[in-house]
Design a binder for this molecule. Sequence first.
Ligand SMILES: [Zn+2]
Length: 413
Amino acid sequence: MHGSVNLSAPVILFPAFSFTHVSSLTPCQSYWLVVRVFKSVWQHYTSTSEIAWLLEQFRGMLNDCIRIGLAENVTSLKSLSLKAYRQLSGYDVASYYKLCAISAATGILRNYRKAKRKNPHVREPYARRPRLTTCYGFKVRDGELSLPIHARKHTRIRLNPHIQAAINGFTVRSVTLTEGRLSLAYASEVQQVQPRGFIGIDRNLDNVTVAATDGTVQQHDFSEATRAKAMYLGVRSHFKRNDVRIRREISGKYGQKQRDKVKQILHRASKSVVEEAKAKQYGITMEKLTGIRKLYRRGNRQGRRYRGRMNSWSYAELQRQIEYKAKWEGLPVIYVHPCGTSSRCSICGQKMKPEENRTLRCPSCGRTIDRDVNAAKNILARALRFGVVGLAGEAMVAEPARVQQSTKSMRGS
Ligand SMILES: [Zn+2]
């Protein structure tokens, strides 16, 4: 479609991003871009032997494609299609799935190559769990999802009222099936808002701190998510059995449960952050996550147990949620470089000294400020400095007049 941009493409990092053409528009043209945005919704379903068979076939095809891609050192979708398609002839499934398996394998191979550049010892990819994603061949009609199995054989899955209400009025773009779970991605075209300002978001172990161009600061408490994670780690450490398969299965099941729990908590936080931004018509700025550096920030007091994959997963998950919810509302989302946001003064840019109670003191301008508030203000300032020129001067020079600190409880919001 003309003028639309697929936002599932990788996010642009800041230096390449410019608002200059926005300010040259007249007010009536202030909407500058129509973008296609995606959301997804999921439900449980009861698997049948047919669906289990299809998932297993798909996993087989995916692993075949990965193997071929690795052996032939193929990088592009086109060349993997040429090398792999014929070798999938032994699979008696609808041909859509072969294309989808090739496309999924291309993505996995791409990620693997990226990871290998950083760490040459990274394990070769192999799909263990059945998972199928398709953009073709399915139909959603009368509250049912119809999926092809073979060329002429279809299977149907009943959609629950929640998922039906969510997709009502939208076009379903893709279907993802795992054992017992069905997820639908749907799209909408939205006009991107010309932001009147920005909010900067700093995520910590126990809270999310939001600093806005209008000088307000809000903190969303997060300790509930930390406790849910701790519980997950506690449950896991009880498994002493040496059977790797049992351990993997059990930790997988508990892992999923705890991930769902943490996700729910994150959903409430991301929803209220985006609602605030929407009410003010503000864009959103976050740090580009680079590894797990920030998790080691001094004073977080997390034990080593917290610094696991679960933790970095929940950081990334919150950003993912904020990003897609903001884009759904047409609010621009910007990522800035995290370097120095937690250690430099948000007024004068000098290196700050840690004080008690998670505060920092600036030896240059003498200000004492909450560590997280300082970081959020730095993230915000970074977006303004490179972005909306008119606002940058104000935000950099002005003493943030009155920091209005409100701590919101996550429960029931
Ligand atoms: Zn200072």
